[in-house]
Ligand binder design. Sequence first.
Ligand code: E4P
Length: 216
Amino acid sequence: MDMEIFLDTAEIEEIDLFRDFIDGVTTNPSLMARSKFDNCDELIKAICGMVSGPVSVEVLSDDSDMMLEEGKRLSAIHGNVCVKLPCTLGGLRVCRQLSKIGIMTNLTLCFSSTQALLAAQCGATYVSPFIGRLDDVGHDGIGLVKEILEIYDACGYRTKVLSASVRNISHVIQSARLGAGAITMPAKILQQCFLHPLTDAGLETFRKDWNNRRTN
Ligand code: E4P
């Protein structure tokens, strides 16, 4: 099965640069706050118009009832909005309610396999283990992705594991090797996926050889 590739950004220019290579976009409140757009709804509409797949947008409310209303409102902006909810009791409760009415959900800030288990029980579309932030505090981010995938496989859950907080190419390769259903990465990491010094050196050699060819 294909691994979906999402860009972790709220920058229109970055999405435009990589739109041919991505299945969707993930945003978060920090990324939205840095965007040049003043109106969040307009920004969401603009992003949804640029990609054909899910665009994760996070709720800001703490209270479950308000989170539910916010989730429904976000989803009404565009059919591809995937409502991002925290892996908390409130977030999981809202996940169950939104899933029942067919709204896509992405359970974010997942740092344990029990949170991921509950996300799947609540019918989440995606669960996002934060690899880099776990590594930052001396834990094993990729180890968590592996554990969640094993649990989902053993129990037959359909929730997709979305590797998030990706900080380097190794996170990308290891997520793919493990069979993560999706990954989101910032533009600078996606950019690195295209690069290899031997490709550049080889191109340079080919160009030189062609330019120096005998013309008689
Ligand atoms: C995922 O959905 C988040 O937006 C993101 O991956 C967080 O990454 P960070 O830990 O680099 O902020």
